[in-house]
Design a protein around this ligand. Structure first.
Ligand SMILES: *[C@@H]1O[C@H](CO)[C@@H](O)[C@H](O)[C@H]1NC(C)=O
Ligand SMILES: *[C@@H]1O[C@H](CO)[C@@H](O)[C@H](O)[C@H]1NC(C)=O
Ligand SMILES: *[C@@H]1O[C@H](CO)[C@@H](O)[C@H](O)[C@H]1NC(C)=O
Ligand SMILES: *[C@@H]1O[C@H](CO)[C@@H](O)[C@H](O)[C@H]1NC(C)=O
Ligand SMILES: *[C@@H]1O[C@H](CO)[C@@H](O)[C@H](O)[C@H]1NC(C)=O
Length: 336
């Protein structure tokens, strides 16, 4: 099957690199921090299963900053903190495991950061890659409904853009002009603004070896759940959900998703569970193989026609500090 030059190159590769496998970093989601037991365990478990060195990278000061530091600044904080360029463990390249919002930071590292080591695989769990149409983690209580409504009406103002991280990727399909003009993170990350597209972002994103996009079948936190695959609503309406291949981002290949897909380097994975509620079995099947050195086998999971609009509520509740922050921000009494 393989010709001999290929074999000898392969052997050479084995000989020179057999003593290490690429390390990985974990980028946590909103409201989380590396010192939380869950994150420590998750990173450790992935390390154990993959036999690769893993690092949970703190973003700014942790949970609070994950909410209130604009994503571009978070990206800056992470560059400082983990100093990809300086961490010698990462100097031969590394893999990224992104959790929810952490995926946007991860893609920011891939697309925006100059001169860092090569990112090999990006494994995304529940990433709001195409945006989300609802404020994350908000439950169905009256407070959340009011806050959600107010935030939506104010979301693209400078004040909110400067003070609330999710505003960097909240994308209301019925307010696309404001989104493109004033939202400060996702339009840039996704090369969505026609006159501001930067081919370097595309080049870097499409140089990933494998992009693993894990969607949670019962996700009620990122809306629509298909955003984890780059699926989203058409401009101007909340229905239907377009499959990734039906979006303009894909068709016009703004960031190289189509390029990657055509090269067979994107895995669209669909797992049972609510947001980030991944089973150990699915971790072994869909995450661990991409943190190991050996080549992974391709499963030919092809996205089907996507489901209709999901419900807007989730069962998560906001921490008290977050609620009172919003009360202050929005001038609300503590009514929740
Ligand atoms: C990882 O492996 C170490 C050593 O085998 C073990 O002590 C630890 O409990 C494991 N951690 C997890 C989270 O699986
Ligand atoms: C780096 O992370 C630590 C916590 O791990 C935090 O105390 C520190 O403020 C962070 N530094 C920057 C510049 O964000
Ligand atoms: C595109 O992004 C790269 C990397 O951040 C930057 O060096 C370059 O100046 C940008 N190009 C334009 C036209 O903005
Ligand atoms: C995800 O998997 C479930 C169960 O296997 C299936 O019913 C559903 O149609 C799949 N969804 C997509 C979008 O492929
Ligand atoms: C979430 O809340 C809905 C309605 O309140 C309920 O039917 C559902 O069982 C809850 N889900 C979980 C996972 O608790």
């Amino acid at each position: 099957m393989a010709s001999s030059p290929v074999i000898s190159v392969f052997i050479l590769f084995l000989c020179t690199t057999s003593s290490f496998s690429l390390p990985f970093i974990v980028l946590h989601g909103i409201g989380d921090q590396c010192s939380n037991k869950g994150m420590t365990q998750f990173t450790q478990e992935l390390s154990n299963m993959s036999k690769s060195q893993g690092f949970c990278i703190e973003i700014g000061d942790g949970a609070w900053d994950s909410w209130f530091m604009p994503l571009l600044e978070q990206l800056f904080a992470i560059r400082w903190n983990f100093s990809v360029k300086k961490m010698k463990e990462l100097s031969n390249g590394y893999n990224i495991v992104g959790l929810s919002q952490g995926n946007l930071i991860g893609r920011g590292v891939v697309e925006f950061c100059d001169g860092g080591p090569q990112v090999n695989n990006l494994v995304s769990l529940g990433g709001p890659h195409a945006g989300t149409a609802s404020v994350p983690l908000c439950g169905s209580g009256i407070f959340c409904k009011i806050a959600d409504a107010l935030i939506k009406s104010e979301i693209y103002t400078d004040y909110i853009q400067e003070h609330l991280a999710p505003s960097g990727y909240l994308k209301l399909p019925n307010d696309m002009d404001a989104y493109l003009q004033h939202c400060r993170f996702l339009p840039k990350l996704n090369n969505e603004v026609p006159e501001e597209r930067n081919s370097t972002y595309k080049e870097r994103f499409s140089s990933l070896k494998t992009l693993v996009l894990i969607m949670f079948e019962q996700d009620t936190v990122v809306i629509p759940k298909e955003t984890a695959w780059f699926g989203y609503y058409p401009d101007g309406q909340f229905t239907p959900v377009l499959a990734p291949q039906q979006t303009k981002l894909y068709i016009e290949d703004w960031i190289g998703l189509k390029t990657l897909d055509k090269a067979g380097r994107v895995r669209y994975i669909n797992v049972t569970g609510n947001h980030l509620g991944i089973s150990e079995n699915d971790i072994k099947k869909h995450v661990v193989p991409y943190l190991k050195d050996e080549d992974v086998t391709i499963d030919n999971e092809v996205p089907q026609a996507l489901a209709a609009l999901q419900g807007y509520t989730s069962n998560y509740t906001w921490p008290t500090s977050i609620k009172s922050y919003f009360s202050d921000l929005l001038g609300l009494p503590d009514i929740y």
